[in-house]
Structure formats: C-alpha cells, structure tokens
Design a protein around this ligand. Structure first.
Ligand SMILES: Nc1ncnc2c1ncn2[C@@H]1O[C@H](COP(=O)(O)OP(=O)(O)OP(=O)(O)O)[C@@H](O)[C@H]1O
Length: 215
C-alpha cells in the first residue's frame, strides 16, 4: 500500500499555503511532516483525510480497499481531542466506534456481530491506553494527557490502515509516549502507515517531509 501526493496545492483564506508539494508514504512507514507554525502541516493532514478540498494536484492511496475511499481508510486525529465532555469515557469511545463503523473480528479475522465482542473491544482499547479505571468518568474530568490517551483509543476500536496524526504526543507523559510508540509499531507491523505533523520527535523511526521553509 502506498499513499501518493503529487503537486498538492492548498489555499486558505485566499492565501496559498501549499504549492506543488510531492510526497509519498508506504506500508510500514512513518512520514513526519515538519515545518514552522502556519506552514500548512495541519492543512495537509486535513486534505488527506478528505476534510479540506485540494486546490490542485492529487492524493491517492494505491493498494488499499478497492471499494473504499481514502478517507474511509484513514483515521484523523486532530490536535483538539474530539470528545463530548458530558459523556463517559466509555460512551465517547462507543460513539466513535459506531460513527467510524467499528467492526469486531475474531482470531481468524471473521466479522463478529456480537455486542459482547464489541463491548470487549471497547474495554480492551481503553485498557491498551491505560484508561480502563476511568471508563465511567465523564470525559470532562480527564486531564489533558488522559484526553489524548482517549483519542488514541479511537485508533484501536476500528482498524484503518492510514493514521493521520496531528501533534500526537502533545500532553503525553513519558509512559504515555512509550505506550504510543508501541501502538504505532504494532500498526506498522500490520502493514499500516502513519503521517504525523509534529514539532517534537515521535520516538519512532520516520522519514521527514519538511514544508514551508521559504514562507
Ligand atoms: N479556516 C481557515 N481560514 C483561513 N486560513 C486558515 C484557516 N485555517 C488555517 N488557516 C491558515 O492556513 C495556514 C496553515 O495553517 P495550518 O494549521 O495548516 O499550519 P500548521 O503548519 O499546522 O501550523 P502549526 O505548526 O502552528 O500547527 C495558516 O496561515 C493559517 O492561518
């Protein structure tokens, strides 16, 4: 699988933010998008996620699911944690699983239509990010790092091969960063790919795409 961007152009508020940008990332690879504030890193992730229109060029996923669009095959984790504060941690994750079309699979990768299995997927995902003890707390009570962990759990309730991550390690403590590195490594080992906008090292081997140097 390969994500390919050619001649990408982005205009925001009448200003050209990206122009003629080429990039690619393959299965098992992390592309770290770096550059000064306002250089267009978030805009690029939002274009790939289908949340922002291209003003020119193309972005394509080769070797993905034939009947699925690129946005259907991508997880977008913005730098703001998209959680409803009045819902519990568990309810927030259930919402995202349903919204993203989460499917439970058994050990032989067969689809399982079983609410108990779905329930254990939520619990396993919360445990994987160290939030099992907080499942019934309102999301409003979470600390910044815990909110980030809950966002990361979204990546686990539905498997999608392309992870688009905006400043994914912000607010994470050392243990949280180590945990996230492990989750990213497992994702890459399964053939996934990651594009991350970041100002800080991700703690995992990556290739750099530097943008906005001249602006
Ligand atoms: N909704 C919008 N309308 C107009 N301009 C916008 C909008 N959103 C972003 N911009 C502009 O687009 C440019 C790129 O913003 P973007 O958020 O992609 O940068 P970034 O590289 O992610 O920055 P940072 O490192 O600060 O997160 C900035 O000049 C910003 O002001």
């Amino acid at each position: 699988m390969r994500l390919l961007g050619r001649g990408v152009r982005c205009v925001r508020g009448g200003r050209e933010v990206l122009s003629g940008l080429d990039f690619e990332a393959s299965s098992g690879e992390v592309l770290a998008v770096t550059g000064p504030n306002g250089s267009g890193k978030t805009s690029l992730l939002r274009i790939i996620a289908g949340l922002l229109a291209l003003a020119g060029g193309s972005v394509e996923l080769e070797g993905g699911g034939d009947e699925l669009t690129l946005p259907d095959q991508a997880h977008y984790l913005g730098h703001r944690d998209a959680m409803k504060p009045a819902l519990s941690v568990h309810e927030n994750l259930s919402f995202w699983r349903d919204f993203l079309g989460g499917e439970a699979v058994d050990a032989k990768k067969n689809l399982v239509n079983d609410s108990l299995v779905s329930e254990s997927l939520i619990n396993d995902s919360l445990a994987a990010v160290g939030l099992d003890h907080a499942a019934h707390l309102p999301a409003a009570y979470l600390s910044a790092g815990q909110r980030r962990r809950l966002s990361i759990a979204r990546l686990l309730v539905t498997r999608r091969p392309v992870w688009l991550l905006d400043e994914p390690t912000s607010a994470l403590d050392a243990a949280g960063q180590a945990l996230f590195v492990r989750l990213m490594s497992e994702h890459l080992a399964r053939g996934g790919l990651i594009i991350a906008a970041t100002h800080a090292p991700l703690g995992i081997e990556s290739r750099e795409l530097r943008i906005g140097e001249t602006s």
